[in-house]
Design a protein around this ligand. Sequence first.
Ligand code: PLP
Length: 362
Amino acid sequence: MKIPMVDLKGQYESLKSEIDAAILQALGETRFILGPNVQAFDQEAAEYLGVDHAISCANGTDALHLALLAAGIGAGDEVITSAFTFIATAEAIRYVGATPVFVDIQPDSFNIDPQRVREAVTDRTRAILPVHLFGLPADMDEIQGIAEEFDLIVIEDCAQCFGAAYRGRTTGGIGHVGSFSFFPSKNLGCYGDGGMVTTNDAEIADRVKMYRNHGSSKQYHHDVIGFNSRLDELQAVILRIKMKHIGEYNRKRNAVARAYNEAFAGSRFQTPTIPEDRDHVFHQYTLRCDNRDATREAILASEVACAIYYPVPLHQQKAFADTAQPTLPITEATAERCLSLPIFPEMSEAQIETVVGAVLDS
Ligand SMILES: Cc1ncc(COP(=O)(O)O)c(C=O)c1O
């Protein structure tokens, strides 16, 4: 049985009649830019996440960029972040002219280590940008504590964690500002690109709204140089429908992850931790193992997909050759040992068993 990393087709089939009808209706209404579905989605997403403001935009990279700009981060500022993430996290820091300062992750999660964050604070540090990687919230109490002590802004990269929670608080509403991605394979994904900024700060929200729409708060009046970064109306239609199911989707992902953890207990694979004080949403299910590349080849040979997120940490990417090159032992070891398995809400027991068999036989 062939098993993909995600099954977008299966999910579309289950929602097809509702999505097709709603898209046809939006086509008929022809209000394509910042139309009624975008407005409704912004409101519904804010309600779902329990934040005062949710402002959708064109993609998750723009969401980070707009969040950093609206929080006032700019040239000369340092932003402490993880090197074990997708490049967009640190690209956006560069877009505003600031410098990413990469620190190591924890050995038992894939998230930034608060102790390393504390050690990296300098006179130029303005913000901490934790990524809730693979759907697991970072240690936000410790990060918020450091931010308060040194008067820093916290920007949460929530691209992989829609609906995750830390000690009862939904990610995206814990720091000053959060950014989300609706890339198709994300937990809440649309059928193209999409993103969103969240905040409880009304001034930041107003600035994000301006920046996403050519620096304008009133048509043809432009207060700042902004961008064209609006969520597409048709993507908003899809997101509104899929958001109604996100709780169930995240629960099903957890069930798959728990089945995997049970099956791999005592094996040569180090399984992901599921801390009791947070709601993990398992955007990825990622093992650590020795001989990772040979293991990957063996699993692929049995027609089960698997993937390496991320093979080259950001501090070792050519694009960041001009930043400080710290030694990050846990990040570097993790990049050599990590292996992500298929995980999606529609996975059947037979599919889970096939993946488990392929991994244990590898
Ligand atoms: C951690 C992280 N941050 C940011 C992004 C950027 O999102 P987008 O692809 O929607 O621009 C992604 C998407 O892959 C991501 O995984």
